[in-house]
Write a protein that binds this ligand. Structure first.
Ligand SMILES: NC(=O)CC[C@H](N)C(=O)O
Length: 256
Protein backbone atom coordinates (compact mmCIF):
# COMPACT_ATOMS: atom_id res chain seq x y z
CA UNK A 1 0.00 0.00 0.00
CA UNK A 2 1.31 3.40 -0.86
CA UNK A 3 0.42 6.69 0.80
CA UNK A 4 1.37 10.14 -0.26
CA UNK A 5 0.43 13.68 0.48
CA UNK A 6 -1.19 15.47 -2.41
CA UNK A 7 0.08 18.83 -3.49
CA UNK A 8 -3.36 19.78 -4.60
CA UNK A 9 -6.82 18.77 -3.57
CA UNK A 10 -7.94 15.64 -5.46
CA UNK A 11 -10.90 13.85 -3.84
CA UNK A 12 -11.68 10.17 -4.20
CA UNK A 13 -15.34 9.19 -3.81
CA UNK A 14 -16.33 12.64 -2.57
CA UNK A 15 -19.04 12.97 0.03
CA UNK A 16 -20.58 16.08 1.48
CA UNK A 17 -21.21 15.75 5.19
CA UNK A 18 -22.54 19.24 5.89
CA UNK A 19 -23.81 21.97 3.60
CA UNK A 20 -20.61 23.97 4.04
CA UNK A 21 -18.22 21.03 4.26
CA UNK A 22 -15.32 20.51 1.90
CA UNK A 23 -15.19 17.37 -0.21
CA UNK A 24 -13.52 14.52 1.63
CA UNK A 25 -12.11 11.17 0.64
CA UNK A 26 -13.42 7.89 2.03
CA UNK A 27 -11.04 5.65 3.92
CA UNK A 28 -11.02 2.57 6.09
CA UNK A 29 -9.90 3.56 9.58
CA UNK A 30 -8.64 1.03 12.13
CA UNK A 31 -9.33 2.06 15.73
CA UNK A 32 -7.23 0.05 18.19
CA UNK A 33 -8.94 -0.88 21.44
CA UNK A 34 -6.87 -1.75 24.51
CA UNK A 35 -8.22 -2.88 27.89
CA UNK A 36 -9.00 0.50 29.47
CA UNK A 37 -9.48 2.50 26.26
CA UNK A 38 -12.44 4.82 26.82
CA UNK A 39 -12.50 7.20 23.86
CA UNK A 40 -12.76 4.51 21.19
CA UNK A 41 -16.52 4.75 20.74
CA UNK A 42 -16.51 8.57 20.65
CA UNK A 43 -13.86 8.42 17.95
CA UNK A 44 -15.72 5.74 15.98
CA UNK A 45 -18.93 7.80 16.22
CA UNK A 46 -17.20 10.84 14.75
CA UNK A 47 -15.43 8.90 12.01
CA UNK A 48 -18.51 6.92 10.97
CA UNK A 49 -21.47 9.17 11.67
CA UNK A 50 -20.01 12.66 11.27
CA UNK A 51 -17.27 12.06 8.72
CA UNK A 52 -18.94 9.18 6.85
CA UNK A 53 -15.90 6.90 7.01
CA UNK A 54 -15.57 3.12 7.25
CA UNK A 55 -14.17 1.96 10.59
CA UNK A 56 -12.89 -1.39 11.74
CA UNK A 57 -12.39 -2.10 15.44
CA UNK A 58 -9.02 -3.68 16.18
CA UNK A 59 -8.55 -5.52 19.48
CA UNK A 60 -5.13 -5.14 21.08
CA UNK A 61 -4.49 -8.87 20.81
CA UNK A 62 -5.10 -8.91 17.05
CA UNK A 63 -2.26 -9.62 14.65
CA UNK A 64 -4.04 -8.23 11.61
CA UNK A 65 -4.94 -4.62 10.75
CA UNK A 66 -7.80 -5.90 8.56
CA UNK A 67 -6.89 -3.73 5.62
CA UNK A 68 -7.20 -0.47 7.54
CA UNK A 69 -5.66 2.45 5.67
CA UNK A 70 -5.30 4.78 8.65
CA UNK A 71 -4.72 3.58 12.21
CA UNK A 72 -5.86 5.57 15.25
CA UNK A 73 -4.94 4.79 18.86
CA UNK A 74 -7.68 6.41 20.96
CA UNK A 75 -7.57 7.95 24.40
CA UNK A 76 -8.19 6.21 27.68
CA UNK A 77 -6.44 4.40 30.47
CA UNK A 78 -4.90 1.37 28.77
CA UNK A 79 -4.00 -1.24 31.38
CA UNK A 80 -5.09 1.22 34.07
CA UNK A 81 -2.11 3.50 33.37
CA UNK A 82 -0.02 1.11 35.48
CA UNK A 83 3.73 1.82 35.51
CA UNK A 84 3.21 4.81 33.21
CA UNK A 85 0.46 5.65 30.75
CA UNK A 86 1.03 3.57 27.63
CA UNK A 87 3.97 1.61 29.07
CA UNK A 88 2.16 -1.74 29.01
CA UNK A 89 0.01 -1.17 25.92
CA UNK A 90 3.12 -0.80 23.78
CA UNK A 91 3.71 -4.53 24.31
CA UNK A 92 0.26 -5.54 23.01
CA UNK A 93 0.52 -7.87 19.99
CA UNK A 94 -1.14 -5.38 17.65
CA UNK A 95 1.62 -2.86 18.25
CA UNK A 96 4.02 -5.02 16.23
CA UNK A 97 1.66 -4.62 13.28
CA UNK A 98 1.21 -0.90 13.92
CA UNK A 99 5.00 -0.43 14.00
CA UNK A 100 5.39 -2.41 10.76
CA UNK A 101 2.56 -0.43 9.14
CA UNK A 102 4.18 2.88 10.15
CA UNK A 103 7.59 1.72 8.91
CA UNK A 104 6.00 1.11 5.51
CA UNK A 105 4.66 4.66 5.41
CA UNK A 106 1.17 3.97 6.80
CA UNK A 107 -0.54 6.76 8.72
CA UNK A 108 -0.87 6.36 12.49
CA UNK A 109 -2.46 8.88 14.85
CA UNK A 110 -2.44 8.70 18.65
CA UNK A 111 -4.84 10.84 20.66
CA UNK A 112 -4.02 11.39 24.34
CA UNK A 113 -3.39 7.86 25.67
CA UNK A 114 -2.71 6.95 22.05
CA UNK A 115 0.01 9.64 21.94
CA UNK A 116 1.45 8.23 25.17
CA UNK A 117 1.52 4.72 23.66
CA UNK A 118 3.27 5.98 20.52
CA UNK A 119 6.02 7.64 22.57
CA UNK A 120 6.41 4.49 24.69
CA UNK A 121 6.63 2.43 21.49
CA UNK A 122 9.32 4.72 20.10
CA UNK A 123 7.20 5.79 17.13
CA UNK A 124 7.26 9.37 18.39
CA UNK A 125 10.04 11.10 20.28
CA UNK A 126 9.88 12.50 23.80
CA UNK A 127 7.67 11.47 26.71
CA UNK A 128 4.48 12.49 28.48
CA UNK A 129 5.22 13.19 32.15
CA UNK A 130 2.82 13.84 35.01
CA UNK A 131 1.13 17.20 34.74
CA UNK A 132 3.15 19.88 36.46
CA UNK A 133 0.45 20.36 39.12
CA UNK A 134 0.18 16.56 39.68
CA UNK A 135 -3.56 16.74 39.04
CA UNK A 136 -5.80 15.18 36.45
CA UNK A 137 -6.94 18.06 34.24
CA UNK A 138 -10.26 17.91 32.41
CA UNK A 139 -11.21 21.15 30.66
CA UNK A 140 -11.16 23.01 27.36
CA UNK A 141 -7.86 24.41 26.14
CA UNK A 142 -6.86 26.29 23.00
CA UNK A 143 -4.20 25.11 20.61
CA UNK A 144 -2.77 26.50 17.40
CA UNK A 145 -1.20 24.73 14.42
CA UNK A 146 2.57 25.19 14.21
CA UNK A 147 3.14 23.83 10.72
CA UNK A 148 1.13 23.46 7.55
CA UNK A 149 3.39 20.63 6.42
CA UNK A 150 1.32 17.76 7.86
CA UNK A 151 -1.94 16.24 6.85
CA UNK A 152 -3.25 16.90 10.36
CA UNK A 153 -2.79 20.67 10.09
CA UNK A 154 -2.46 21.49 6.37
CA UNK A 155 -6.04 22.68 5.96
CA UNK A 156 -6.26 24.62 9.25
CA UNK A 157 -5.78 28.38 9.30
CA UNK A 158 -2.40 28.82 11.07
CA UNK A 159 -3.83 31.73 13.05
CA UNK A 160 -6.82 29.76 14.29
CA UNK A 161 -6.93 28.83 17.98
CA UNK A 162 -8.91 25.61 18.21
CA UNK A 163 -10.93 25.04 21.37
CA UNK A 164 -10.48 21.36 22.25
CA UNK A 165 -10.97 19.45 25.52
CA UNK A 166 -8.11 17.81 27.40
CA UNK A 167 -8.51 15.06 30.01
CA UNK A 168 -5.26 13.66 31.30
CA UNK A 169 -2.97 13.20 34.26
CA UNK A 170 0.17 12.64 32.19
CA UNK A 171 0.17 15.19 29.42
CA UNK A 172 3.30 17.14 30.23
CA UNK A 173 5.34 16.77 27.06
CA UNK A 174 9.07 16.48 27.61
CA UNK A 175 12.04 15.92 25.32
CA UNK A 176 15.73 16.43 25.92
CA UNK A 177 17.36 19.48 24.29
CA UNK A 178 18.74 17.55 21.29
CA UNK A 179 15.34 16.03 20.52
CA UNK A 180 13.60 19.38 20.96
CA UNK A 181 16.05 21.01 18.58
CA UNK A 182 15.57 18.29 15.98
CA UNK A 183 11.76 18.56 16.32
CA UNK A 184 12.12 22.25 15.50
CA UNK A 185 14.70 21.76 12.74
CA UNK A 186 12.45 19.21 11.05
CA UNK A 187 9.22 21.16 11.55
CA UNK A 188 7.69 18.32 13.58
CA UNK A 189 5.69 20.36 16.09
CA UNK A 190 2.01 20.11 15.14
CA UNK A 191 0.30 22.16 17.86
CA UNK A 192 1.15 24.43 20.77
CA UNK A 193 -1.19 25.39 23.61
CA UNK A 194 -2.30 29.00 23.36
CA UNK A 195 -4.96 31.33 24.72
CA UNK A 196 -8.26 32.14 23.05
CA UNK A 197 -6.60 34.83 20.93
CA UNK A 198 -3.83 32.53 19.82
CA UNK A 199 -1.05 33.87 22.08
CA UNK A 200 1.36 31.14 23.17
CA UNK A 201 2.15 32.04 26.77
CA UNK A 202 3.14 30.23 29.98
CA UNK A 203 -0.40 30.97 31.28
CA UNK A 204 -1.97 29.14 28.34
CA UNK A 205 0.06 25.99 29.05
CA UNK A 206 -2.28 23.68 30.99
CA UNK A 207 0.14 20.97 32.07
CA UNK A 208 3.74 22.22 31.98
CA UNK A 209 4.53 20.87 28.50
CA UNK A 210 7.90 21.90 27.13
CA UNK A 211 7.44 25.09 25.08
CA UNK A 212 3.65 24.59 25.16
CA UNK A 213 3.92 21.56 22.85
CA UNK A 214 0.56 19.79 22.49
CA UNK A 215 1.40 17.48 19.60
CA UNK A 216 4.14 16.33 17.25
CA UNK A 217 4.78 14.10 14.27
CA UNK A 218 7.70 11.90 13.30
CA UNK A 219 10.40 12.95 10.82
CA UNK A 220 8.75 10.96 8.03
CA UNK A 221 5.47 12.80 8.74
CA UNK A 222 3.24 9.73 8.82
CA UNK A 223 2.95 9.22 12.61
CA UNK A 224 1.14 11.87 14.68
CA UNK A 225 0.27 12.38 18.32
CA UNK A 226 -1.38 15.05 20.44
CA UNK A 227 -3.00 15.22 23.88
CA UNK A 228 -6.26 17.15 23.22
CA UNK A 229 -9.38 15.26 22.13
CA UNK A 230 -10.84 16.51 18.81
CA UNK A 231 -13.36 13.64 18.84
CA UNK A 232 -15.00 15.34 21.85
CA UNK A 233 -15.46 18.55 19.88
CA UNK A 234 -16.80 17.38 16.55
CA UNK A 235 -20.56 17.41 16.82
CA UNK A 236 -23.04 20.29 17.05
CA UNK A 237 -24.71 18.37 19.88
CA UNK A 238 -21.77 19.18 22.16
CA UNK A 239 -21.76 22.82 21.05
CA UNK A 240 -18.16 22.68 19.85
CA UNK A 241 -17.10 21.57 16.38
CA UNK A 242 -13.52 22.88 16.39
CA UNK A 243 -12.20 19.31 16.32
CA UNK A 244 -13.73 18.79 12.88
CA UNK A 245 -10.95 20.93 11.40
CA UNK A 246 -8.47 18.15 12.18
CA UNK A 247 -10.56 15.33 10.72
CA UNK A 248 -11.36 17.43 7.65
CA UNK A 249 -7.69 18.25 7.15
CA UNK A 250 -6.77 14.54 7.26
CA UNK A 251 -9.52 13.56 4.86
CA UNK A 252 -8.79 16.25 2.32
CA UNK A 253 -5.07 15.50 2.24
CA UNK A 254 -4.71 11.71 2.21
CA UNK A 255 -4.55 9.68 -0.97
CA UNK A 256 -5.05 5.94 -0.53
N1 LIG B 1 -7.93 10.83 28.16
C1 LIG B 1 -6.91 10.05 28.14
O1 LIG B 1 -6.56 9.47 27.12
C2 LIG B 1 -6.19 9.85 29.43
C3 LIG B 1 -4.72 9.65 29.22
C4 LIG B 1 -3.98 9.06 30.40
N2 LIG B 1 -4.61 7.93 30.91
C5 LIG B 1 -3.68 10.14 31.41
O2 LIG B 1 -4.43 10.32 32.36
O3 LIG B 1 -2.70 10.83 31.24
Amino acid sequence: MCFMILNEYRPISPITIRPTAIKLILMKFGVVIFPGSNCDEDLIYVLEKIMGQEVVRLWHKDHDLQGAEFIVLPGGFSFGDYLRSGAIARFSPIMQEVIRFAANGGYVLGICNGFQILTEAGLLEGALLHNENRKFICRNIYMKPQTSNSLITAQIDPQRALKIPIAHGEGNYFADPEVLQSLKDNDQILFRYCDESGNITPESNPNGSLENIAGICNKERNVFGFMPHPERAADALVANEDGLAIFESILSMVKV
